[in-house]
Design a protein around this ligand. Structure first.
Ligand code: NIG
Ligand code: FE
Length: 408
């Protein structure tokens, strides 16, 4: 057992109360989990009485803030190819859904991903996770959805499983075969959904390759009734539910997420009052993706203030993907949320940690307390407001994942 005593933090953001649960003048004793957060003399006496024979490493936080690792609860981590040509089209005024309808967008990434070997996808995923870890993300949800056929969806999910095994970051798998309608099913959407229900869902469930099932509920993609039928089947197969809901149009996606007691409803750029009440009612987490709206050059953002005022739990995530949010950094998501969604710095930092964990139903992380995972960041910032204020550079000096130090 490796024991470490973290000292000299200016503020420890435990996230343990409705604000940030700030502790000062204290240190943290941890192995892979947190043993105690106490005054340094107190920690030294715990070491002397309980662990007299164990060597204790000292980690100096250098007067920086210590906070939980980011929990990025919404990413499309695994894909091949890139979409810089489409980026230029968007800069010239083409809309995201127009590009998708014309056979580009998600479908162009599907073509590249079908052709890619598992080895290539694994290597791409590994590099992306390295970047995420360096930028402070210690838990990453990863969706399939760039295969849209049995073989490639399974290939992606196996790569996700393999990455979770070999990479320090924890990777939580979501099956998202209902991400778009593949070219070979064009005009036969119902048949595609039936294929997913009859052939793919059972195989993914049987092999234990995903915890969550997600769908892109959007005008021209999967409508509300189709989504309801599909997610009911997914729930019967034992998956917990997530939804890309009311991203661009208010179709009643959030209302449906509430009705189905989904764990989270994500995007919500266009959610209306009924949707907000439904989320409140069901305790569904609203996962907002501010970098997506930033990257799509949107003038409007999800109504975070309204959601928070109604008492809905709000998480933020990166939505990392090759089209609408091509960036791995949760620090960028923090900045985009702060500057565009009228959330307080305290709300944003909770949304990126504690509430991200809630959006993944993970109780053991997202906050710093005895018994929780030692997933922590040392920031190059003297206080958390400074961290919120500074942008566009990596302010993580050290990522600690299950007690191991990276990038120190
Ligand atoms: O969450 N909205 C649908 N899916 C992704 C985008 C995927 C892509 O463009 O490749 C999203 O934004
Ligand atoms: Fe997404």
């Amino acid at each position: 057992m490796n024991l470490t005593l973290l000292k000299n933090a200016s503020q420890i953001l435990t996230m343990c109360d409705s604000s940030l649960g700030i502790v000062s003048d204290s240190g943290i004793l941890f192995n892979d989990k947190i043993i105690a957060i106490e005054k340094e003399e107190e920690l030294e006496s715990i070491v002397n009485s309980k662990y007299p024979d164990f060597p204790v490493a000292v980690l100096d936080a250098g007067g920086g803030v210590v906070m939980p690792g980011f929990v990025d609860s919404h990413t499309h981590l695994i894909f091949a190819g890139s979409r810089e040509n489409e980026f230029r089209m968007r800069l010239e005024g083409k809309k995201y859904l127009e590009i998708l309808e014309a056979g580009g967008g998600i479908i162009s990434t599907v073509r590249a991903t079908r052709e890619a070997s598992s080895e290539l996808l694994l290597e791409l995923g590994r590099r992306r996770l390295d970047t995420m870890l360096r930028y402070g993300t210690t838990t990453v949800e990863a969706k399939s959805g760039y295969g849209l056929d049995l073989e490639t969806e399974i290939k992606i999910l196996r790569v996700i499983k393999h990455l979770d095994e070999i990479h320090p970051a924890d990777v939580i798998p979501t099956f998202m075969g209902a991400h778009a309608i593949p070219p070979e099913y064009r005009g036969r959407k119902e048949e595609y959904l039936n294929f997913l229900i009859k052939r793919v869902l059972p195989e993914v469930a049987e092999a234990g390759l995903a915890v969550f099932c997600d769908i892109f509920c959007e005008k021209g993609v999967f409508e509300v009734d189709e989504t309801r039928h599909y997610l009911e089947k997914a729930a019967e197969s034992g998956f917990m539910l997530k939804m890309h809901a009311d991203e661009i149009h208010d179709l009643g996606g959030a209302v449906l997420a509430g009705e189905l007691s989904a764990v989270s409803a994500d995007h919500l750029g266009a959610v209306g009052d009924n949707g907000i009440s439904a989320l409140k009612e069901s305790g569904t987490v609203a996962t907002l993706l501010p970098t997506t709206l930033f990257y799509l050059m949107s003038r409007t953002y999800a109504p975070a203030r309204k959601l928070l005022n109604e008492g809905v739990t709000v998480a933020i995530a990166s939505d990392f993907n090759p089209g609408s949010s091509f960036g791995e950094s949760m620090q960028m998501a923090v900045t985009a949320a702060l500057l565009n969604m009228q959330m307080t710095p305290e709300e944003v930092l909770r949304a990126a940690t504690r509430n991200g964990a809630k959006a993944l139903r993970l109780e053991d992380r997202g906050e710093l307390a005895t018994g929780k995972l030692a997933d922590m960041l040392i920031l190059d910032a003297p206080n958390y407001l400074y961290f919120a204020h500074h942008f566009g550079v990596n302010q993580v000096k050290c990522t600690i994942k299950r007690g191991q130090q990276y990038w120190n």
